[in-house]
Design a protein around this ligand. Structure first.
Ligand SMILES: Cc1ncc(COP(=O)(O)O)c(C=O)c1O
Length: 426
């Protein structure tokens, strides 16, 4: 059996090979041409940043919301697009990146290695939102069973649960895992989940890193609580732990497939810097029977493949995904997570020194990741976003104002953003 380490080495090595396609298709510029790691094994964050075509003069702290493609991904997409446009039947007959064939098997293999799972347990989607719809529509339920979520979960998650529940005679119950995200604790959250689960709870739906509060859910502790609640339950009554993992994947140093969840759904077009319109659903093998497909799938094979919504998709985007994974493997998940934590800690500490600012995201890096949420007394969130934009700083808002710290942001950019807010409260 191929070990995970072998797979990682293979996928990381894959983009380091430079070949010039004879077809004249766009040349894939690889990390070896523009090394993102130094000879002594450190990441050259400036070299990585140089791969992005972000508009100069702007500080972009909303990349977790809509990401920019790094050069290696742009080149891979261009390379594949040229093949589809020259010969559309190259999609079924075989598309290739410069280092070799690409297609669903390679995409699923690369993602599986990255999440610490098996390729057959991965279904492909075009976004987190579509993945959530697939999962909630697909869960086999009996009328009267409920989906348990919170107001803090994303609208895509709550809506997917509500629409499916309305169709199948189920209910959505929205509760709270904490009174205040800033003071929440892992034990408190796990206890709240345990208290909220009822006999008829079919799904506990949580968000790995909430984009409304910045709080990182203690998924393992919640999984343990769900496991205990399931003792003695039949498969049809089993409570499934469904995780919207979009802001944890490639932001947190954890195997998504090893968190103890039953299903993890994540767009791969945000923190992973994968091509826009890509995402995955990882399904624990023992709950596969509890999920039914909603769409025709064009991905052959068993396992979770039939859950992948089919049709002819943006293949040049989907099949370029292994390049984004390989870039992240090269950066190293631990180094990525450390960088994100350093930047968000700088943001939190700076924000807490500004008069009138309240930080809502926990200070503890174990309970947070790359999203920092805050409010400014006397100012609506949109006003804060607009004020920052007038200083050429991109923030975003949902429940609160948000600073998203991606690996390609810099400490100086965080300081620029903080200064722009200081100016607002003076
Ligand atoms: C927590 C969360 N879930 C889901 C989504 C939707 O993601 P996608 O654009 O991949 O559908 C978002 C959007 O940023 C989000 O913040």
């Amino acid at each position: 059996m191929t070990s995970r380490r072998d797979l990682l080495a293979r996928s990381a090595g894959a983009v380091a090979v430079t070949l010039v396609p004879s077809s004249g298709a766009a040349r894939v510029n690889t990390p070896r041409e523009q090394p993102v790691t130094t000879v002594d094994g450190r990441v050259d964050w400036d070299a990585l940043r140089a791969q992005f075509r972000l508009e100069p003069g702007w500080v972009n702290l909303a990349l977790f919301y809509l990401a920019s493609h790094p050069k290696v991904v742009r080149d891979a997409v261009d390379h594949l697009r040229a093949q589809v446009d020259a010969n559309p039947l190259s999609v079924p007959t075989g598309m290739a990146l410069p280092d070799g064939p690409t297609g669903w098997p390679r995409v699923r293999q690369a993602l599986a290695a990255y999440v610490g799972g098996r390729a057959e347990d991965i279904a492909m989607t075009a976004s987190t939102s579509i993945g959530l719809g697939v999962v909630y529509n697909g869960v086999v339920t009996r009328p009267g069973q409920e989906f348990l979520l919170t107001e803090h979960d994303h609208i895509s998650h709550r809506t997917a649960a509500r629409l499916a529940a309305e169709k199948h005679g189920n209910k959505v119950r929205l509760v709270s895992w904490f009174a205040d995200p800033a003071t929440a604790t892992a034990d408190g959250i796990a206890a709240a989940v345990g208290e909220a689960i009822r006999r008829n709870t079919r799904v506990v739906g949580i968000t790995w890193v909430q984009s409304s509060t910045g709080l990182r859910m203690p998924v393992r502790a919640v999984a343990e609580v769900v496991r205990r609640a399931n003792e003695g339950r039949s498969p049809a009554d089993r409570c499934l732990l469904v995780v919207d993992g979009v802001h944890g994947l490639a932001a947190v140093d954890e195997d998504a497939a090893g968190l103890g969840a039953d299903v993890v759904i994540a767009g791969t077009h945000k923190w992973l810097f994968g091509p826009r319109g890509t995402g995955l659903i990882w399904v624990a093998p023992d709950v596969l029977e509890q999920l039914r497909p909603t769409f025709v799938s064009f991905i052959s094979g068993g396992g979770a493949a039939p859950l992948s919504p089919g049709g002819f998709l943006a293949f040049e985007h989907a099949f370029a995904l292994p390049v984004a994974v390989a870039l992240h493997e090269q950066l190293g998940r631990a180094r990525v997570a450390t960088r994100i934590t350093q930047l968000s800690t700088r943001a939190k500490q700076g924000l807490s020194r500004i008069r009138g600012v309240t930080v809502h995201t926990p200070a503890d890096p174990e309970l947070s990741a790359g999203i920092t949420c805050f409010s400014v007394a006397g100012h609506a969130h949109q006003q804060v976003v607009d004020h920052a934009a007038a200083h050429r700083v991109r923030l975003s808002t949902s429940t609160y104002t948000r600073i998203g710290t991606a690996v390609i942001n810099t400490p100086a950019e965080i300081d620029t953003a903080l200064n722009s807010l200081d100016d607002l409260t003076r």
